[in-house]
Ligand binder design. Structure first.
Ligand code: GLY
Length: 363
């Protein structure tokens, strides 16, 4: 049976085409004084909020706060804006915050809700593939701080997550690819069967998403249930992220939102699979298969970043013990293991490998 953290209600996840209708029913039922607080970004303000507000009918009052789109919005100023907005509308302990958007919205919205008045209820309605399969489920909330991603946050489960794959129909292909990287990651760390399916598959069309998302989330949910606070096995979800985060932060520092999170993770998995072969005996064929998949789907060229800067950034990652880098590597498909590395030459080789694999001709 799933063990819930003390004081937490269980997260309920609804995945179906039309989940937004179910979400509206749920919100009407649970809105305190018929008032809902809805956090959006520019895209969801334009394309998703009108759908939700039509479904909740006029008697529900929607207070909206729109943040600028993009991961850069996950910052202390915006967190303070959300608290101020809730305060100015007299949100109370029983209020409900709806995070309508991608990972930025559910991360910062979840953090704001879990700290406002020591915690109010929140519901996630993810609208990007990345948020559907990763950010909106599992209860991690947070903001970036001092140039470190997700440096400050809480573990706090949403009351419910409503995943409506129809929102993907209007998502740019690049956003789909970004989320797809997390699905590939789930396959590599959890299931040989899923990996064997995913490595040949092309990006599904809109009809196919429901089952795939359900599958991908089920892998993550199992891990979250056994290690909610990320002290052990949940860290396997960081596969690809040690190198990926460094790449993402340094690229976006130079040019905001230049690299999508999933694109950086897809690149990071190149480096970490290379290290898996070198240090864990992962069969080289798995790395070759991944390189082929990467070259077929992703169009990210070399990071264009000095490898030494990437290495320094990795050392400053909050998950790393001082003086070492701590990626999760794979002994085999579905067999992740943490590793401690303090050999800069090896780290540089992994970066060089990933960069070279990125610029090869697409197959
Ligand atoms: N996104 C990684 C985790 O939820 O643990």
């Amino acid at each position: 049976m799933r063990r819930q953290p003390a004081g937490q209600q269980r997260e309920r996840i609804f995945i179906e085409a039309g989940a937004i209708v179910r979400a509206a029913e749920y919100l009407k039922e649970h809105a305190e004084n018929s008032e809902l607080f809805v956090l959006t970004d520019l895209n969801t303000h334009l394309h998703c909020l009108p759908i939700l507000s039509a479904l909740t009918e006029r008697k529900t009052i929607l207070h909206e706060l729109e943040l600028p789109a993009g991961d850069m919005s996950k910052n202390p100023d915006n967190l303070s804006r959300i608290w101020g907005w809730l305060t100015s509308h007299n949100a109370g302990r029983k209020s409900l915050l709806v995070n309508l958007g991608g990972g930025m919205v559910s991360d910062i919205g979840g953090f704001a809700a879990s700290t406002y008045m020591r915690g109010i209820r929140f519901v996630n309605i993810p609208t990007s593939l990345l948020a559907m399969v990763d950010a909106s489920v599992g209860g991690k909330t947070g903001i970036n701080f001092n140039n470190v991603k997700n440096q400050v946050g809480t573990f706090s489960l949403p009351y419910a997550v409503f995943i409506d794959p129809r929102f993907l129909n209007t998502l740019p292909h690049r956003e789909i690819l970004s989320g797809y990287a997390e699905m590939i990651k789930h396959a590599l760390i959890f299931s040989e069967e899923e990996w064997n399916r995913i490595r040949y598959r092309s990006i599904p069309d809109s009809e196919d998403w429901t089952g795939l998302i359900r599958n991908s989330i089920s892998f993550k949910s199992r891990i979250v249930q056994s290690d909610f606070r990320d002290r052990g096995i949940r860290q396997s979800l960081n596969f690809g992220h040690t190198f990926g985060h460094a790449y993402e932060i340094l690229s976006n520092e130079a040019e905001p939102d230049k690299v999508r999170h999933g694109e950086a993770v897809a690149w990071g998995m190149l480096a970490e699979l290379y290290l898996s072969v070198r240090l864990k005996g992962l069969p080289a064929g798995v790395l070759e298969d991944y390189v082929q998949l990467y070259q077929r789907l992703y169009n990210t060229h070399t990071t264009g970043i000095d490898p030494q800067r990437l290495i320094r950034k990795m050392y400053s990652d909050k998950k790393n013990i001082t003086g070492s880098v701590r990626p999760v590597l794979l002994r085999n498909i579905a067999s992740p293991e943490p590793e401690i590395i303090s050999d800069d030459i090896l780290l540089q080789k992994a970066i060089d490998f990933a960069n070279e694999a990125s610029v090869s001709e697409k197959v």
